[in-house]
Design a protein. Structure first.
Length: 293
């Protein structure tokens, strides 16, 4: 509607993860550190990797967060210091709780090495509630077939995490969290449910409108608390909604997140001393950047 307030729109910046693998990073932003528990939002691809390209993510550590990986295209092989080896494919939800410390790698599966391949997906970090920041690390894989789906007029809904549209995802979480994949046909619209205390919508591939305000492709719009705005798309569009209960400010440095600044320094020292764990079969070590006081 023309008289509705102009919403907060967050636009990403590009970040090169190495080897020419560039992602769009929308959270954290200057205007907003988090939406619900989500404090990190990376969108990679769609990209066609050539046979000689190496986009492997070598072993690296995390504390105080959960990584959430969701693919639209491609595949990756996850390995972590708890002993989990899991192939990640489109439509599945992969939630890794770092807790007090975990090390993991994400590499191209052997059957896709040396061939032309596609890659497209989202990787998010969710902060952990203070009482769970030092939990035992763990990994949860929810297969694509186990994600509940709802068919609405012109919209295919997949509830990846949390509850909405009358269904609940089996993906386990540690605080109220929602993550929803919406595939809209051209001309489709729906009222965005008030499914969480904080919510935002991200335009994966095409622009959309929210109560008449245009949201550009690959931008995020923050939804006012309690509002149920009308989402519409002139062309077929992929949109994701994220949100949940806010957890308060977090300190973030490199791959570490904590409610306590001194915990970050301890994690950096633990990583340099290789006390955060090891991934079986991995020998590479990435030194942490210099920690500024």
């Amino acid at each position: 509607m023309a008289d509705t307030p102009v919403p907060l729109i967050l636009k990403p910046h590009s970040k090169d993860l190495g080897g020419g693998f560039v992602v769009r990073r929308t959270l954290p932003a200057v205007q907003r550190q988090a939406v619900g528990p989500f404090i990190f939002f990376d969108h990679f691809g769609p990209i066609t990797a050539q046979p000689t390209d190496n986009h492997d993510v070598r072993p690296h550590p995390h504390i105080g967060l959960a990584t959430v990986t969701y693919l639209f295209e491609g595949a990756m092989m996850h390995r972590d210091s708890t002993g989990v080896v899991q192939r990640i494919e489109p439509g599945a939800v992969n939630w890794m709780t770092a807790g007090r410390g975990i090390v993991h790698s994400e590499r191209t599966p052997d059957d896709l090495r040396g061939v032309t391949r596609r890659s497209h997906g989202l990787q998010l970090w969710a902060a952990l509630p203070v009482e769970h920041e030092e939990d035992t690390p763990s990994f949860s894989h929810t297969a694509a077939a186990d994600i509940p789906a709802v068919n609405l007029p012109g919209v295919r809904v997949r509830v990846l995490i949390g509850s909405a549209f009358g269904v609940t995802s089996p993906t386990p979480t540690l605080s109220p969290t929602v993550y929803i994949d919406l595939a809209l046909e051209a001309g489709a619209s729906l009222d965005v449910p008030d499914a969480a205390e904080e919510r935002a919508l991200y335009a994966v591939d095409q622009p959309f409108h929210l109560d008449g305000h245009e949201v550009p492709a690959q931008a995020m719009v923050v939804i006012p608390a309690g509002a149920m705005p009308r989402l519409s798309a002139a062309t077929a569009a992929r949109v994701v909604m994220i949100g949940g209960a806010p957890l308060g400010h977090r300190h973030m440095w490199w791959n570490f997140v904590s409610s306590r600044k001194e915990r970050i320094a301890q994690a950096a020292a633990d990583w340099e001393a290789q006390r955060l764990g090891h991934v079986v079969g991995e020998t590479e070590f990435i030194p942490a950047p210099a920690l500024r006081a």
